[in-house]
Design a protein. Structure first.
Length: 164
């Protein structure tokens, strides 16, 4: 049997497609939430359009919009940073070449031979198991994970009750 070229098994298509689908799902859910909020705002009765309530409502919309955008930005930054660190750790353990900066890799200098091997990384690393391992790695991480899930459960129950 003929040997398989290493480049054939390293396809970046699946990891990029998975990440893109996650981005599209988040964008779709955000759009749906904004559309639902706008539709609910338009159906308010005229008694809710007094001057006092308009000022309070604008302030509340600004505060909650800022909190939502900040939350999404922080979650996105940590999610991308976690994946980048996971990839770099995998590359170090497997003796793969990685770039140290955004302009020093194969995409910045035009060097051949140094490339991102997302396909091999996704094949070798189970991200769910890695996240679970980090969540219970120390008592401090376990407490933060517990707080995160408790907050998610409370928010889900609140939104389920208030959404009806």
């Amino acid at each position: 049997m003929a040997p398989v070229e290493p480049e054939l098994t390293n396809s970046n298509t699946v990891p990029i497609a998975l990440f893109s689908s996650q981005v599209l799902v988040v964008a779709g859910l955000t759009t749906t939430a904004l559309y639902t909020i706008r539709r609910a705002w338009r159906t308010l009765p005229p008694s809710h359009n007094t001057r006092l309530q308009q000022v309070w409502r604008r302030r509340a919309v600004f505060v909650f919009s800022f909190l939502a955008v900040a939350s999404l930005a922080v979650q996105t930054a940590f999610s991308v940073a976690w994946r980048v660190l996971s990839y770099q750790e995998w590359a170090r353990q497997g003796d793969y070449e990685t770039s140290n900066g955004i302009w020093t890799g194969w995409y910045g200098t035009g060097e051949e031979g140094v490339g991102v091997q997302l396909g091999n990384w996704m094949k070798d690393v189970d991200l769910v198991r890695e996240a679970d391992r980090y969540a219970v790695q120390s008592p401090r991480a376990f407490v933060w994970t517990h707080q995160l899930f408790t907050g998610l459960i409370i928010a889900s129950i609140f939104m389920g009750i208030e959404g009806k």
